[in-house]
Design a protein around this ligand. Structure first.
Ligand code: 0X9
Ligand code: ZN
Length: 305
């Protein structure tokens, strides 16, 4: 089909998840964790052998609207787990919760006209401003507004009027808290820059398990580089040290509040003139190489827990 040869609408991605639930009723459950501001369903697909107590890998994508390569990277994990029999072992001892499209209002807005292509935020109106939306990756309630975020509604890094003001971030946070005892690894797909980032984003200080985060990130990066047909080279490190200081990100909150010790933001490869626009023929090579890194994460979680 066209899942990895063209960029799909949010509705088409949701339809794919629903189809999988019908095709694989023993191993798939699709649940709505809530709705976006404009009322779109935020779906999580749960894939597993049936034991809810197994360690869980949680993946989200599409927090930032314009980062179009992120949702297909998440969809490809789903596709490979379910539609490639060689990968059945990847959900025997580990459960997966995957949300391929977490900011659907922003995403559909970025698809609506070429002039909106670089939209990043959500689409909730802001009181007292004509500018819409908040940066969902500045809206999580851990060191909210501490650094690298703006209180100006027109800024692209507007943190929101309060933490978790956006229904999308509130919904995913509630889902993660409900599952905090089983989630052992958090992965969030963004673009671009070929970076394997771990907390913290609010400070240059490193978390207590930085050595483990660094080592595992490098292992996953190396697997991606080996598989790459487009010459991808990844840099691994803490968000602040590799990129910039930016508080209120999902990864920091997942680690600092939900207590998930392993949390990464994966900045996928660039494409097109502004970096967010890989040509559609690049989707498959990009998501295929990324999946080789995901195998490394899976094998580590399976072995450790
Ligand atoms: O700035 C961001 O939100 C991410 N980069 S992006 O170009 N996709 O916008 C990086 C987030 C890293 N994590 C934290 N700062 N917590
Ligand atoms: Zn992003």
């Amino acid at each position: 089909d066209s899942l990895f040869t063209s960029f799909q609408s949010h509705a088409d991605m949701n339809a794919y998840l629903r189809t999988l639930e019908l095709r694989f009723p023993q191993v798939v459950k699709v649940v709505s964790i809530g709705k976006s501001y404009e009322g779109r369903d935020l779906l999580v697909i749960k894939i597993g052998s049936g034991d809810p107590n197994l360690p869980t890998i949680f993946v989200d994508a599409g927090i930032h609207a314009r980062e179009w390569i992120a949702p297909p990277a998440a969809l490809y994990i789903i596709n490979q787990l379910l539609e490639n029999p060689a990968n059945v072992r990847l959900y025997q001892n580990v459960n997966w919760h995957i949300i391929p499209s977490l900011n659907p209002d922003g995403y559909e807005f970025s698809r609506s006209t070429t002039s909106n292509r670089l939209w990043r935020k959500t689409r909730q109106p802001n009181a007292g401003s004509t500018c819409f939306g908040a940066d969902p990756n500045r809206n999580f309630d851990y060191y909210w507004m501490y650094a690298g975020a703006s209180s100006a509604p027109c800024s692209d890094v507007f943190a929101g009027p309060v933490a978790f003001s956006e229904p999308e971030t509130a919904a995913v946070a509630a889902h993660i808290l409900e599952n905090r005892n089983t989630i052992k690894l958090y992965l969030s797909f963004h673009s671009y820059g070929n970076m394997m980032l771990y907390p913290w984003g609010y400070t240059s200080a490193l978390p207590e398990n930085a050595a483990e985060l660094q080592w595992l990130g490098e292992q996953a990066s190396a697997a991606i580089e080996r598989a790459s047909t487009i010459g991808s080279q990844y840099v691994t490190g803490s968000s602040t040290n590799v990129l910039y200081e930016a508080a209120g990100g999902s990864d920091d909150w997942v680690k600092g509040v939900a207590g998930v010790s392993l949390a990464y933001t994966i900045e996928l490869p660039a494409g097109g003139i502004f970096g967010f626009n890989p040509p559609e023929r690049s989707i498959l090579p990009m998501v295929q190489e990324t999946f080789e890194g995901i195998r490394v994460f899976h094998d580590y979680i399976e072995r450790k827990y």
